[in-house]
Design a protein around this ligand. Structure first.
Ligand code: NAI
Length: 298
């Protein structure tokens, strides 16, 4: 099987650095026309400029690919819509959206300002929703689309000092879960990436030995697969880094059912180990399925 993106138009947000740059380079090298979105700026989202996006566009063109820059922020509905407009104006449509843009404002929750919380949620979660919302009608109308949201092991498993980031990174998974159901009949597939890579965002947290293994380009093949016509999977979470690729899912225990009377807090206390026991756990694919299990049993 050969993965190609000839005649496909891809938007990669935050493509001026790190993972986004690697995704954009790979998609372009496989034939995609790419909108390289990046407003520039530091890891905390402060500042900005055209250099980051321009440099990646130049790299793509130098390698014989097609790309245009876009400098809008994902974190505002109008500018996010302009990213999609750039794709349509430059290349006629949009087939692929890789929501990758990200910032960090790490602090313990105790010391975190509400502004730093809001800002991180805006870029990661609302930015993902805004860009996808602008692309969705185009994909729905032509019954084709591939969307990637970028989650994180920080949200999936937890990380000290990242309440804003972790919350936003799991919010995109909830967003994906709903879009999976709405997009499926229109051949719009939505998946979540949980990457690990050495970038300016993570380099201060990693040893030189770890960084040497964590080239962002080792994550991008998963993104390319998820954005391909061949990929028929949707609504799943994928870990990728250092050449490792694995699916992540959450599971539910068979639990305990108290019948014939109102359950009490003591019932929960008496049964807590069994309630928590995941040894014969199950995966539910929709909330309707899980609610049915809650009401009538699995
Ligand atoms: P990075 O800092 O190298 O790249 C992030 C890019 O997003 C930057 O170029 C930045 O200018 C851009 N950006 C920031 N705010 C933006 C906005 N409002 N609109 C558009 N673009 C914006 O970081 P990295 O590591 O490449 O991160 C990429 C994504 O992967 C992020 O969503 C990050 O949270 C996620 N991630 C990265 C991990 C890693 O190990 N590097 C781990 C888990 C998740």
């Amino acid at each position: 099987m050969t993965i190609r993106f000839d005649n496909r138009v891809a938007i990669v947000t935050g493509a001026g650095n790190g993972l986004g740059r690697a995704h954009a380079l790979l998609l372009a090298s496989c034939g995609a026309k790419v909108v390289v979105n990046d407003p520039g700026g530091a890891v905390d989202g402060k500042g900005g400029g055209h250099a980051a996006a321009d440099k990646v566009v130049a790299e793509i063109k130098a390698a014989g690919g097609e790309a245009v820059p876009n400098y809008d922020s994902v974190a505002d509905p109008a500018s996010a819509a302009n990213i999609v407009k750039t794709a349509v104006d430059s290349f006629g449509t949009v087939d692929i959206v890789v929501n990758n843009a990200g910032v960090l404002r790490d602090k313990t929750f105790h010391n975190m300002t509400v502004e730093d919380f809001d800002f991180v949620v805006k870029v990661h979660f609302l930015g993902t929703a805004y860009v996808t919302h602008a692309a969705w009608p185009i994909m729905r109308a032509k019954a084709y689309g591939r969307v990637v949201v970028t989650s994180s092991n920080s949200g999936i498993y937890g990380n000290f000092g990242q309440a804003n980031y972790a919350g936003a990174k799991l919010a995109v998974v909830g967003f994906m879960n709903a879009l999976r159901l709405e997009g499926q009949k229109y051949n719009i597939f939505v998946n979540a990436l949980a990457p690990v890579a050495g970038t300016r965002m993570t380099e201060s947290l990693m040893t030189a030995e770890m960084l040497a293994k964590l080239d962002p380009a080792f994550v991008s093949p998963m993104v390319a697969w998820l954005c391909s016509e061949q990929c028929q999977r949707t609504g799943e979470i994928w870990s990728a880094g250092a050449g490792y690729f694995a699916r992540i899912e959450y599971r539910e225990a068979p639990g305990v059912r108290i019948t014939g009377r109102s359950p009490t807090p003591e019932d929960v206390a008496d049964n807590i180990e069994k309630i928590a026991d995941l040894s014969t756990s199950k995966v539910y694919r929709t909330s309707t399925e899980e609610v049915a299990a809650v009401v009538v049993g699995p």
